[in-house]
Write a protein of this length. Sequence first.
Length: 77
Amino acid sequence: MKTAISIPDDLFQDAEQLAHKMKKSRSEVYSRAIREYVARYSQDGVTDALDAVYEKPAASDDFTQAAARNALGQVDW
């Protein structure tokens, strides 16, 4: 998708130099930067994923219970 944005001249020059140094296109540099920014500030997605994992009940088959007892038996309390 194409879009137009306004950024300060010095930031544009820094991005141009980085793109040249990395041998990447300007679009790739901006896309990577935005992807990292979104990932860093999208904590809700991480929290939702962890909540989904931990809301599922743990397996309770005989093997799992025996393994848990064995592991707990080896821990000094």
